[in-house]
Each structure stands twice: as structure tokens, then as C-alpha cells.
Design a protein around this ligand. Structure first.
Ligand code: FES
Length: 121
């Protein structure tokens, strides 16, 4: 039986020159950094980071989606990865400032500032 709890798909797609895309915004490096962080903490069998092609969120790149809940994050920077691991992978919280509102950021009415009583989903 698999211990895998969540999949994180990170866009690495490169659109033609002049168009914003995750590949041009270091999406591949972001995925590698997340994989390294998960492995360093022994979490790589629980949370798997995978490459993705275009997720149709190019203007929000680098973009990622976390399943099974379908949490969409955009403009993710390497400095956000520890927070994503702690809040959205381990604790199942949504980081409001990273949410791509045009995508399905699940039940946006459930989004609360970290630390509030109702920020647990
Ligand atoms: S290039 Fe990443 S979502 Fe389209």
C-alpha cells in the first residue's frame, strides 16, 4: 500500500520567446528544489513533486497544482517552498497569497490567514 498522500505538479513548460511561461521563470529549478527539500526531510514518499506541461496558468507562473485537493499556486518562488511544505503539504492549509484565484483554489471561503482558528481545512 502506497504512503503517497499528495502530488505536486510544477509547470516547466516554455512558451515561445516573448510569452510568459513557467519554464522561463525557473519552473524546472523550482521542482528540483522542492524534490531536494522533500528528500532531505524524508517526505519524498509521502509527497511527490512532478514536472508538468503547461497548466494553462502561464500568466501566473511559475505555477503548480497540489492534488488531490486541487490547490493552485502561482508566482511561486524558491523561498516559498518551506512554507508550502509546512502549510499545504503537511498541515493541509492554503497559503492565500499564492492562490491563483482564476483557477480552482478549493473552497476559497475556507481560506483564512495562517494562525487563525479556522485555517485548518
Ligand atoms: S507555461 Fe506554465 S502554466 Fe503555461
Amino acid at each position: 500500500m502506497s504512503s503517497l498522500k499528495k502530488h505536486i505538479f510544477i509547470c516547466e513548460h516554455q512558451r515561445p520567446e516573448g510569452k510568459k511561461s513557467c519554464g522561463r521563470l525557473n519552473g524546472a529549478e523550482l521542482k528540483k528544489a522542492l524534490k531536494r527539500k522533500l528528500a532531505a526531510r524524508g517526505l519524498h514518499k509521502t509527497f511527490r513533486a512532478n514536472s508538468a506541461g503547461c497548466l494553462d496558468a502561464c500568466e501566473h507562473g511559475p505555477a503548480m497544482v497540489i492534488y488531490p485537493r486541487g490547490i493552485w499556486y502561482g508566482a511561486v518562488e524558491p523561498g516559498d517552498l518551506d512554507s508550502i511544505i509546512e502549510n499545504s503539504l503537511i498541515d493541509d492549509r492554503i497559503i492565500e497569497r499564492l492562490c491563483i484565484r482564476e483557477k480552482r483554489c478549493p473552497l476559497t471561503t475556507e481560506i483564512h490567514p495562517p494562525g487563525s482558528d479556522s485555517d485548518k481545512l
